[in-house]
Design a binder for this molecule. Sequence first.
Ligand SMILES: [Zn+2]
Length: 258
Amino acid sequence: MASLADIARFCDDLLRLHGFPDSNRALNGIQVDTKSDITRVAAAVDVRERTIAGARDRGANLLIAHHGLYWGGLQPLRGAHLRRIDAILRAGLGVYAAHLPLDAHPEIGNGALLARELRLTPTGGFGRHLDVEVGVMGNVEATPTLELVDRARTYAARYGGQVITSAIEQGRRTSRWAIVTGAGAASDSIAEAAERGVDTLIVGEGPHHTAIEAEEAGIVVIYAGHYATETLGVQALAARVSETFGIPWDFVHEPTGL
Ligand SMILES: [Zn+2]
């Protein structure tokens, strides 16, 4: 048992959350306070009606999420936004969110943990965002790119996800890879991959034009799903909280299909 203030301080320090550059909409840290002692933690990728209900039904009074309550930006308390807030308050649920600091963390970050699942060993950061890097990169002994795609498929299937790729030439091999989870494919990340000699970029999702830009830059992009690539960090964070404070935790799995 612990207060939300104690748990939040632990998470903030672990993730070096303060000062980490992120979208205003991420609103990292405590998003909904509670004065109750925390007795059970739920972890989820997204704060949404389904995960709020899932946390409540499991008897949790803290929801730790990667995408918090405010991705829709500044909005009136009406419709779904009001229903979420109302359900959170009725359930007596605290909410703690960690976005880019949780993508980037070298041990419990989405990128580092996804690399491990794909049997890849990071040697450093990738995915420049202002003065930080939110992904990871590394080298691998020339491996058929299709084998990496298979590993990604096996992983994504565990979370109800599907994998698509940009064009892959027959016999192509990967020797230098990078991972940026979530919406990781963008003109910037493809340009960075080209500049840093990365031949295979593993992301969650990206716009249509990124498959073309990648092909023309000689890079393969493996789109392994936004949801699937961002399930690991929040579970690892909840597990750390659980170990440290002796509080049980559950993962509330609510895939978006993307
Ligand atoms: Zn995301």
